[in-house]
Design a protein. Sequence first.
Length: 199
Amino acid sequence: MAVGRETQQVACRKGQGLGLGGGFAQRGTFSKAWKNDIIVVGMSPGVRHVPKPVCEITTELRDRGIHASVLILNAGDGTPADSPIRGGHGTVFGLEQREIEIIGRHKLAVLHHGNVKQHFIYKVRFILQRVNIPAIVLCQSPVTFRDFEDIGVSTRLKEGETPGKVVEIVTGIVRHESVPQENLNEIVSKVKMCLRELQ
């Protein structure tokens, strides 16, 4: 009979822990959990895009017994080339083939891509065009399923042009700031509900 929390082993470094930053949460970092239940996908770290909320959210999910892998994108800044809106100091958002394959191995994706609605909705579309996976979107600004549907993204309410689909949304996740417990509870609740539906 097991007593206490379930042990989870993850590796959060891209390389050796040498020098400033210690190799932690660099671009292209993949922290793999024992089970491919969910993958939390975050922006590239940098001056503006610090994945602090991603770390707190992942820790909370693991504390609640959910096997959560983490992928910090190599080209997670900016907006996709097919977006009508330009952002991220001229950088172009993209996915490497390796990242597409990693995301596709999981049952559910949790996507955190910033706070400007006209930027992150196109990032979500870009990912869900390439990976057939249900996704929970985390963001700061208010957004609805309709905002995604209007640009062709499939949602749990309406079939669109993307094989992957947005199944839940959690707003109020502020870049650079700690995540309030009520938001963490909402994320955990929605992740658990989605995993139950996928079984």
